[in-house]
Design a protein around this ligand. Structure first.
Ligand SMILES: [Zn+2]
Length: 601
């Protein structure tokens, strides 16, 4: 929308109170330049330990400390550069800051790659003795994590060959990205106003959210007809990537590609398999939701392009920024006095860059480092959805704040596995609060639909992806070639099973496997589903008013990376090694659907 962007202000013209305050991070560019330079001697210091790690526990501890000091400063320098650049992506001066620190990062990671292999070569008896020493007491957990990989590490010569080949191995994924993001062109389709617009990855969802079925349908057809033209090429890039996962698993002595991928988080394969089984037993609840959706849309059958449009004719509650902040503060009160006091800092210390402005990065995120505020970028437009985004991003930021305050730098950074739990929990608390506050039937229906769609998208849809991912890996491991016909046939079958009888899907959806970049990420998507399930349980715990349950939750926020992810979640009150959290979360989905049915029909 170029007309609109002409009216946008420059970042420097925004009201100061609605921008983030980066001054506590760096007073000015000179201070940033100084730190950028100061990274070099820290790298040199760390490098001086090369070849010496086996000398004594003290030397090994000093080396790890030197690495932490170096990385901590590099992260601070990077954080400022990327936040500054995101204020206006068109500002080449600021994007040059990112380029400079990124180049330095790349050089550092190349130069310091010797560390892990050198630790691995310390003889077992010796390192076990080291681990009992006082000097390494603090680093014991992270060293043990590293040493867990020992049975899966090859000889130095073999590792060297693998290292040299890694760029070649990443080629199928790279080829897919180039094709998908640069070379593939989509046709033009009519939007709501009847204007012909070129379809892109970015605007596809806007078409699917249209209230005009023709608009949705033509975007859907255009999308998948285009993918169908490239089906052989994309099947081949996916086949290459899956073969790579299977190859690495095999030569590194893992029973399967799935287990190789879960190894990093120390998550057993049952967690993955239980998720799929649990979601499948609760498919009737998804079918019920789709039935309600079909009725509300006055359709006998839904097609795949009838699932993303908001059911409540856009609930136009215009929310001011102050109102949004007030709702979030109130909604998060069940998290206790200390949480609320810390949350206030988000506003008083100006963590949040609120408004859209010229060239600003789109979307929203929470980002920071050990030595900065946990900043939030938003493009606040005054919709109810924006209020949920605010609660979500502040969930990430408060998680970072608690972990950084409680843990030392070495163990502060929490794992991706738990990363979406705190943010989603905050959204659920906001939902609960607004449902109580807003008695308007339309707003209630909007809120219920919003939540139902979120659970459908994160638990059902991502688990369907996870099942597909597992299936194609297993086939590939059994030497079954991943042909386009097979991929489409299997995908279509799975889609039919998940969406049930109410959905009479256009056959084109069989090509959807071709447009999911996550299939190249090596068993990643299941974490969305487990994270959402955990959040449902934890928000219920918080709202129960039990002091112990609240303490357990705050313990999770404080834990950082100090324990294994499943242990962190268990201590917080959710045992993800069992199917119950997923089953319970989907029963809650069932309740929401019932309420939605009442509100809509
Ligand atoms: Zn998030």
């Amino acid at each position: 929308m170029p007309e609109k962007s002409n009216e946008l202000l420059q970042h420097s013209e925004l009201p100061v109170e609605l921008t983030w305050d980066l001054i506590p991070l760096y007073r000015d560019l000179k201070a940033w330049e100084k730190d950028l330079k100061d990274i070099d001697p820290l790298v040199a210091k760390f490098m001086s330990y090369k070849g010496r790690l086996a000398e004594s526990p003290e030397v090994l501890a000093e080396a790890i400390t030197a690495m932490d000091v170096m990385e901590r400063l590099a992260e601070k320098v990077y954080t400022y550069a990327h936040l500054k650049a995101d204020e206006d992506t068109g500002n080449s001066k600021n994007s040059a800051l990112v380029d400079r620190i990124s180049a330095k990062y790349a050089r550092i990671s190349g130069e310091t790659a010797w560390f892990d292999p050198e630790v691995m070569t310390i003889p077992l008896e010796k390192i076990n003795k080291f681990l009992k020493s006082k000097a390494l007491k603090f680093y014991k957990r992270s060293l043990e994590e590293l040493l867990r990989e020992r049975p899966h590490t090859l000889s130095e010569k073999e590792e060297r060959i693998l290292g040299l080949a890694s760029d070649i191995f990443s080629n199928p994924h790279k080829t897919f990205s180039k094709l998908n993001n640069a070379d593939m062109k989509f046709p033009r389709v009519k939007n709501d106003e009847g204007k012909l617009i070129t379809l892109t990855h970015g605007n596809y969802i806007e078409f699917l959210e249209s209230h005009d079925r023709n608009v949705r349908q033509s975007a859907f057809k255009a999308m998948f007809d285009t993918y169908a033209k490239y089906r052989n090429t994309i099947a081949s890039t996916l086949d290459g990537t899956i073969k790579k996962h299977a190859f690495y698993a095999k030569i590194r002595n893992y029973p399967s590609a799935l287990e190789a991928s879960l190894f990093e988080d120390n998550v057993p394969a049952e967690v993955y398999n239980n998720l799929i089984i649990a979601v499948k037993t609760k498919l009737p609840l998804l079918h019920k939701y789709l039935e309600v959706r079909a009725k509300a849309m006055k359709l006998k059958k839904l097609d795949m392009y009838d699932i993303y449009n908001p059911l409540v004719p856009e609930c136009r509650v215009k929310v001011t920024w102050d109102q949004a902040c007030h709702w979030v503060r109130e909604a998060l009160k069940p998290l206790g006095k200390e949480y609320c006091e810390l949350l206030e800092k988000a506003f008083s210390q100006r963590w949040i860059d609120v408004m859209e402005c010229k060239g600003k990065r789109s979307g929203a995120y929470s980002s920071g480092c050990y030595d900065s505020y946990p900043y939030v970028l938003m493009n606040f437009n005054g919709t109810l959805n924006d209020v949920f985004t605010l609660a979500h991003e502040l969930g990430h930021s408060m998680h970072s704040l608690y972990s950084n305050r409680t843990q030392q730098y070495h163990y502060a950074d929490y794992s991706i596995f738990v990363a979406e739990v705190a943010s989603t929990t905050n959204e659920l608390l906001l939902h609960h609060y607004l449902m109580k506050q807003k008695r308007d039937k339309n707003v209630q229906a909007y809120l219920l639909c919003h939540l139902a769609d979120e659970i459908r998208g994160t638990v059902y849809r991502q688990t369907m992806f996870a099942e597909f991912e597992k299936m194609i890996h297993e086939k590939s491991e059994n030497s079954v070639p991943l042909t386009p016909d097979m991929l489409s046939e299997e995908y279509y079958k799975l889609n039919k099973e998940y969406y049930g009888k109410v959905v009479d899907a256009d056959k084109r959806v069989e090509m959807e496997w071709a447009r999911i970049p996550h299939f190249y990420y090596n068993f990643y998507v299941y974490k969305y589903a487990t994270g959402m399930s955990a959040a449902v349980k934890l928000s219920q715990n918080i709202l129960s008013g039990s002091k112990e349950k609240l303490e357990a939750y705050l313990g999770f926020l404080k834990a950082g990376d100090s324990k294994d992810v499943l242990d962190i979640m268990k201590d917080a009150g959710v045992d993800l090694s069992r199917p119950e959290p997923v089953l319970d979360a989907l029963d809650e989905f069932g309740n929401i659907v019932k309420q939605l049915e009442k509100a809509l029909l």
